[in-house]
Write a protein that binds this ligand. Structure first.
Ligand SMILES: Nc1ncnc2c1ncn2[C@@H]1O[C@H](COP(=O)(O)OP(=O)(O)O)[C@@H](O)[C@H]1O
Ligand SMILES: O=P(O)(O)O[C@H]1O[C@H](CO)[C@@H](O[C@H]2O[C@H](CO)[C@@H](O)[C@H](O)[C@H]2O)[C@H](O)[C@H]1O
Length: 474
């Protein structure tokens, strides 16, 4: 990136001030994907001053008067880390940060502290995670409302969609892979954290579904893009907030705890999934997966299994049994069986389903599995892949209960498939080989995910691994 002159010097001197603080703060963030490896440095991809720093002259580019005693910087930083053991060298992931600068933090912002700057033009000031602070969060909404362009940042709003000024922001505290701010129960802004150049499915898919008039997915109202160095990034998406909604995971656990059946909701979820798939098949291209593509699919699954066994040795006794799910699929492909592939959700589970107070289900978060490369996440896939994700999720709920409730999972899984069949005319259970292969692939992914992020949960996907490796012969 070319050096940019800011009121306190160059982007280089801003980064020099932040560098030692970010090295310790960044790895502690839930959304930081490179945990377990030290941060060894940063390269700026884009640095944008949104509000000038307190006590420093306003930037000539910005031109505006300093607002209060708050400085606000938008950063896209490439984070350097040594590669994971056995992985090839990597230039480092890029993260989006919104950094506030104040002379001191009021107590309500204490959890947002990044650190105190000791050197350079910002010496003596405090830097913090600005999304906690309503003022910077308001700056973002106002920029979307007014379709602002600041430096490389392009704040855009869907034609015909209005955003009311002055909605009160609050940062969501839920565990998530990105960071979201809710504005007055009217909108939710998701700020993507690990960003990659290219078309982001979290904006692409909801926009395509909105174009089809599909009511199952909140339609984007606005978004933030940037094109530093000619590479396009989607950085944030604003959409209507489903006020008073509960997610499917919370609801499922609540019903389980009461010993209640969840089959009616599972059936409604099956219908909602099928409606989204039908709209996606209309909106975006489908392809036929023939022998060559299916071989690639099976190879991918087999490689992920091998990598997972390396990462989590507890999988080793089941490797052979699990692989039989993939060889069965390869055999069908060799016999000439083909499947239609289309754009899908890609990481569908109960937590991605919201039920409004009126009982309608919406699907959210079309980013796909964050660890997979963007090109892979945007590839057409058989819709059974999402079905498998949901079937795993019912199983997850049932096996995280004490005692486990396999009958409950069985009823939900059957009801979900029936609902899907009612709305689409295709019952996923008529495709058992593909379904088992995708369920196996998902369970393997979950084992690695839990080993990395929530080791206490590892027994939940491992119990499914045991069943998938030795399926009931009936
Ligand atoms: N449109 C919405 N209305 C209400 N709540 C939402 C909406 N979109 C997201 N949420 C809430 O925000 C949480 C995180 O959103 P999500 O898109 O899954 O982010 P991430 O990719 O960071 O996990 C969801 O679990 C849900 O509780
Ligand atoms: O939060 P994301 O959408 O990025 O998804 C990741 O985290 C999920 C957990 O929060 C994880 O889902 C797994 O646990 C869920 C219960 O917490 C369960 O409903 C899912 O079926 C199970 O896969 C998901 O795999 C991961 O990508």
């Amino acid at each position: 990136m070319a050096e940019t002159v800011t009121p306190f010097g160059t982007t280089g001197s801003l980064l020099a001030s932040l560098d030692p603080l970010l090295r310790t703060w960044l790895p502690r963030q839930r959304w930081f994907a490179g945990k377990g490896r030290p941060v060894t440095g940063f390269t700026p991809v884009a640095v944008t001053e949104l509000l000038p720093s307190p006590g420093l002259p306003a930037s000539s580019e910005q031109g505006g008067a300093p607002i209060g005693r708050l400085g606000l910087y938008h950063l896209i930083l490439r984070v350097h880390q040594p590669p994971a053991p056995g992985a090839p060298p990597h230039p480092g992931d890029c993260y989006q940060l919104l950094i506030g600068v104040r002379e001191a933090l009021p107590p309500r912002l204490a959890p947002a502290l990044i650190g105190h700057v000791t050197e350079g033009p910002l010496a003596g000031r405090t830097v913090y995670e600005a999304l906690y602070d309503p003022r910077p969060a308001d700056v973002l909404l106002e920029a979307l409302r007014t379709r602002a362009r600041v430096g490389v940042l392009r704040f855009e709003r869907e034609p015909g969609q209005e955003i009311r000024a002055g909605l009160v922001p609050r940062l969501m505290t839920a565990e998530q892979s990105n960071s979201s701010v809710v504005y007055g129960d009217t909108f939710i802004l998701k700020l993507l954290r690990r960003v990659v150049p290219g078309v982001n499915p979290d904006l692409e898919i909801p926009l395509a579904l909105a174009g089809e008039g599909c009511p199952r997915v909140p339609a984007p109202t606005g978004w933030l893009r940037a094109e530093p160095g000619g590479e396009p990034y989607v950085l944030a998406v604003l959409q209507p907030y489903v006020s008073g909604a509960s997610d499917g995971w919370e609801l499922a656990l609540r019903e389980l705890a009461k010993g209640e059946d969840f089959a009616a909701e599972a059936r409604a979820l099956g219908r909602a999934t099928a409606e989204v798939h039908t709209a996606l098949a209309r909106a975006l291209p489908s392809v036929t997966l023939g022998h060559a593509q299916l071989e690639l699919l099976v190879d991918g699954m087999t490689e992920r299994l091998a990598a997972a066994v390396q990462a989590v040795p507890a999988l080793r006794p089941y490797e052979h049994g699990l692989r039989s799910a993939y060889t069965a699929l390869a055999s069908l492909a060799a016999e000439g069986r083909t499947w239609t592939a289309q754009r899908v959700h890609g990481d569908l589970h109960l937590g991605q389903c919201l039920r409004s107070p009126s009982g309608d289900w919406s699907l959210i978060d079309f980013e796909g599995e964050p660890a997979r490369p963007l090109a892979e996440r945007r590839m057409p896939q058989p819709p059974v892949r999402d079905v498998a994700g949901m079937l795993r999720s019912f199983d997850y709920a049932a096996y995280s209960a004490n005692p486990p409730a396999p009958e409950w999972a069985h009823a939900c899984r059957a009801a979900y498939c029936s609902g899907y069949a009612e709305a689409s005319g295709r019952d996923p259970r008529t495709d058992p080989v593909l379904l088992r292969a995708y369920e196996t692939d998902k369970a393997v992914y979950e084992v690695v995910y839990e080993a990395r992020h929530r080791p206490d949960w590892l027994p939940v996907p491992l119990s499914a691994i045991r069943r998938l490796a030795a399926p009931d012969p009936t």
